[in-house]
Design a binder for this molecule. Structure first.
Ligand SMILES: Nc1ncnc2c1ncn2[C@@H]1O[C@H](COP(=O)(O)OP(=O)(O)OP(=O)(O)O)[C@@H](O)[C@H]1O
Length: 700
């Protein structure tokens, strides 16, 4: 392995197999900062090692005394007493060794606990953009395998460092007993030392390679064997080719694993060989000295015994540098993650939104909002992306996807976002819940810039139901309670009833305690969506964002969920990405989004009559989900112009409400607060459901 010092840190190349890795300067200092809280335990470890070393050096002295003072002088009593003492020391040595393992383990595990918690908390704070680029397998491997590696290497390093104490004491005693025999005993050490160094570094390089290969394997498994990946693979995949690729990866793991086993065994064998050869040498030379009367027999036995305790710690010392590098590399990989500044953070002086919960709905305003998705370099680590961005993409300026949006959503009203695919509708909703921050302009809730709000109050204020409702692999109860842990059983059941999912849940043998599979796959799409609706109902936010949450539903359950949604939207400010005619008809305001701009704004009838982009969308998209009478009159009414800076809300033009609807509360006086009448073609003025659902054949 090649280790070179560069201005930017240390570069390690672990041979042809191990990828080069750069350890950034300051890493060692930061590792020490992690160890510092455990300094009392480190001190205890040093003390225990000292006691253990004293036991190690005391035993051969007793053996010498047994032979020279007891056996040679025919003193049976002394032999027995000293033998008992040797036994007692053996027992004490076991205890100190156990204490050493416990203490070093406590330090290693304590540091890895701190690392785990810190890195989990850090990843929690990362913005959504980070997760859109990061490969889950690589991230999970960084958070688990790398932490384990760091802990193991740190524990070994501590044991080798404290082992130096033993080496010093043993060598001191050997030279005290016979400097000549000790020198002879150490003659072979340099011959073995270089192979040891080499083996230690190969071991380290292969462990690192193994870490990377495991990350690759775990990435493949995560990607292929989550439910959606497995489904894609079944429908489109080439199993034979994928198996061959996996086999290739597994073969590399096998090869590295075999080398690791061989090298660690080799290190052990070398140590045993050195001990055997040196013992032979000591007895060969020392035996002659005993015969010449220069050395006592007891001293010779003591020297041979000490030899047995010398090479273990020396081997550990030889691998200390490699272990230290492993510690640095593992920590550095985790520090790399910890050093990423979350792009979206709560301001230190953030204020809580006055009324995050249901009830008085707030106003939402977009003021001259422009937005570009962050560049990869701002949000992700190249080493956590499986397929890194091709040449230059990481540095390229991200294109703007929303341009100077200026509109308002009055309290308690429903705004539908419609527009072609890729127009920017989802992106707009992401800005409300601060999944992303605007590039310029401001998004306000009740006059407050969302960037000035506390995360907690913003989370409590905005409830989102996406098209692909995600459920944790947990019970239905836990999935629902995730939105509001303090909710009682009665509230959970009520939310389920309102979301028209209670009949299904109560028919399951385990009811609310039924575990839903990975990503909730044991439930149908519609059932999952109804659970997601129940989750939002339970959360009772004051703002509801729906990404056409009824898209998966059949007509019966859609009608049921539409009713539930009306309850959910009642007295709430809502932003709905609408793909359905029924939704846009009921909206107080429709924003037609195209290429990141508001092209048209108005009610369904106004926009239809204007004959612009909305009419085109209506003809190609919405009219498929139901029918409406053609626009009244000549169909050439002007669309409402895209909204200027004033927008609706205080001081701006009013959002149009129909059927007697009032801004600030859902119009129409109907239970769900959905706008009622005034619509051509059968809307029910002033109340009840928003007009009869119209079937494809045009009949009500
Ligand atoms: N995470 C992302 N990083 C970079 N660009 C993105 C990201 N998500 C979306 N985009 C781009 O932003 C633009 C707007 O996407 P958005 O998802 O908001 O459109 P949409 O109107 O919701 O589309 P659809 O109706 O198909 O869901 C698109 O050009 C899209 O490619």
């Amino acid at each position: 392995m090649l280790i070179t010092q560069t201005p930017g840190g240390v570069v390690m190349k672990g041979g042809e197999d191990a990828a080069p890795s750069k350890i950034r300067p300051g890493t060692a200092r930061r590792v020490l900062a992690f160890v510092r809280p455990h300094r009392a335990t480190v001190l205890a470890l040093v003390l225990v090692t000292l006691v253990d070393s004293l036991i190690i050096v005391a035993t051969p002295l007793l053996l010498r005394e047994i032979i020279d003072g007891g056996i040679m002088k025919d003193d049976g009593r002394l032999v027995v007493v000293l033998a008992l003492l040797v036994a007692a020391l053996g027992l004490a040595g076991s205890v100190t060794q156990l204490a050493q393992s416990a203490l070093s383990g406590r330090i290693g595990q304590g540091v890895s606990y701190d690392l785990r918690v810190r890195s989990f908390h850090h990843v929690q704070r990362m913005p959504l953009a980070f997760f859109t680029r990061t490969q889950t397998g690589a991230l999970s491997s960084r958070l688990s395998t790398d932490v384990v590696m760091a802990q193991q290497a740190l524990t070994t390093l501590l044991l080798s460092a404290t082992g130096a104490l033993t080496v010093l004491l043993v060598l001191g005693e050997m030279f005290y007993l016979s400097w000549l025999v000790s020198l002879i005993a150490l003659v072979l050490l340099p011959v073995f030392f270089l192979p040891w160094l080499y083996i230690g570094r190969r071991l380290q390089a292969h462990s690192r390679k193994q870490m990377e290969l495991h990350a690759d394997l775990s990435g493949t498994i995560h990607e292929r064997f989550n439910v959606q990946g497995a489904m894609l693979a079944k429908l489109f995949g080439r199993p034979a080719q994928e198996l061959a690729e996996y086999r290739g990866q597994a073969e590399k793991v096998r090869e590295v694993g075999v080398r690791l086993t061989v090298f660690s065994r080799l290190a052990f064998i070398l140590m045993a060989l050195l001990t055997a050869l040196t013992t032979a040498l000591v007895y060969g030379v020392g035996g002659g000295l005993v015969l010449d009367g220069v050395l006592g027999l007891g001293t010779l036995v003591a020297l041979a015994t000490l030899l047995g305790r010398l090479f273990g710690p020396i081997t550990q010392l030889a691998s200390m540098q490699a272990n230290a590098l492993t510690v640095l590399i593992s920590f550095d990989r985790i520090f790399e993650l910890l050093d990423m500044e979350p792009l979206i953070e709560e301001r230190p002086d953030a204020v809580a939104l006055a009324r995050p919960g249901g009830g008085n709905a707030p106003e939402i305003r977009f003021e001259q909002v422009s937005f570009a998705y962050p560049r990869p370099e701002e949000v992700s680590l190249p080493s956590l992306e499986t397929h890194q961005a091709p040449g230059g993409e990481r540095d390229r300026t991200a294109p703007e996807v929303l341009h100077e949006l200026d509109f308002g959503v009055a309290p308690g009203t429903l705004t539908a976002l419609v527009g072609p695919s890729g127009a920017g509708k989802t992106t707009i909703t992401h800005l409300v819940s601060r999944l992303y921050d605007v590039t310029s302009g401001t998004v306000r809730i009740d006059g407050e810039d969302v960037r000035d709000l506390t995360f907690d109050s913003l989370r409590a204020a905005v409830g989102v139901v996406t098209q692909d409702a995600y459920l944790f692999h947990d019970t239905i109860r836990a999935n629902l309670a995730y939105a509001r842990p303090e909710a009682g059983e009665a509230e959970v059941i009520e939310a389920c009833e309102q979301a028209r999912i209670w009949d299904l849940i109560s028919s399951l043998p385990d009811g609310l305690d039924t575990v839903v599979g990975d990503r909730g796959f044991r439930l149908s799409g519609g059932e999952k969506q109804r659970l997601a609706v129940a989750r939002v109902l339970l959360k009772a936010p004051s703002i509801v964002v729906l990404d056409e949450a009824t898209a998966h539903l059949d007509s019966d359950s859609e009608a049921a969920v539409q009713r539930a949604l009306k309850t959910a939207l009642n007295s709430r400010t809502s932003l709905v990405i609408a793909h359905r005619l029924s939704t846009v008809r009921e909206a107080d305001q429709i924003l037609v989004i195209d290429e990141g701009r508001v092209r048209e704004r108005g009610t369904h009838e106004e926009l239809l009559a204007a004959g612009g982009l909305y009419t085109h969308l209506y003809n190609t998209q919405f009219s498929k989900s139901g029918t409406l009478p053609p626009p009244r009159g000549n169909g050439h009414r002007e669309p409402v112009p895209p909204q200027g800076p004033s927008g609706p809300g205080p001081g701006g033009p009013k959002i149009r409400t129909r059927g007697g609807g009032m801004p600030g509360g859902m119009p129409g006086g109907m239970p769900g607060g959905m706008p009622g009448g005034g619509m051509p073609g059968g809307g029910m003025p002033g109340g009840g459901m928003r007009g009869p659902r119209v079937r494809g054949d045009g009949s009500p």
